[in-house]
Design a protein around this ligand. Structure first.
Ligand code: ACO
Length: 164
């Protein structure tokens, strides 16, 4: 991706004040409705959830949850990563994901994972490009969408942030 494509994109924190932006994006991008816990988790993840602005327009977001695992370590779960259709292919998804992978490396988070619908070839190709691997297939993970199955995509964090 050319560096020029990223020039006009900036990231902003998710806060109470702009939560409506995240809600609107999710409604436009995803077939799933997210509950209050999703938004509370996004808020409490701090820098791990970000809105992406192309000039002044909110066009994408990443929302993460931080999970404590056995042994006292923390892993990151990407609840959603989405970019409005007209703004895809411009490097915005990469910018959002790179930001979070960078934070994981800095905070010694050793693993990041997510669920993706098994027919979402674009997203699977995107995540594989950045080193995620399919580690599990879960049948009937989703309730109201077809296919109902998902893959778990996982990436071990080596301590080195990816190239932007
Ligand atoms: N087909 C194949 N490869 C793709 C595609 C695609 N449609 N889109 C991105 N890629 C790969 C390419 O290798 C691309 O690099 P290139 O442009 O140099 O060829 C690379 O990913 C980076 O692409 P970006 O432009 O950074 O990605 P984009 O801003 O388009 O965002 C995203 C990718 C977030 C997956 C976007 O397509 C999207 O919002 N999809 C709809 C929502 C969605 O399905 N989100 C993921 C669901 S899973 C979850 O949220 C946990």
């Amino acid at each position: 991706m050319g560096a020029g494509r990223e020039m006009e994109v900036s990231l902003d924190a998710v806060r109470d004040k702009n939560m409506m932006q995240l809600k609107k994006l999710n409604t436009a991008i995803f077939p799933v409705r997210y509950n209050d816990k999703y938004y509370a988790d996004a808020l409490s993840s701090g820098d791990f959830s970000k809105l992406a602005y192309f000039s002044d327009i909110c066009v994408g977001a990443i929302a993460c949850r931080l999970e404590k695992v056995e042994g006292g370590t923390v892993r990151a779960y990407i609840m959603t990563l989405g970019v409005l259709a007209p703004y895809r292919g411009l490097g915005i998804g990469t910018k959002l994901l790179s930001h979070v992978l960078d934070l994981c490396a800095k905070q010694n988070i050793s693993e990041i994972y997510l669920h993706v619908q098994t027919n979402n070839d674009d997203a699977i190709a995107f995540y594989k490009k950045y080193g995620f691997e399919i580690t599990e297939t879960i049948q009937n993970y989703y309730v109201n969408i077809t296919p109902p199955d998902c893959y778990v995509l996982t990436k071990a964090i080596s301590g080195t942030a990816p190239k932007k």
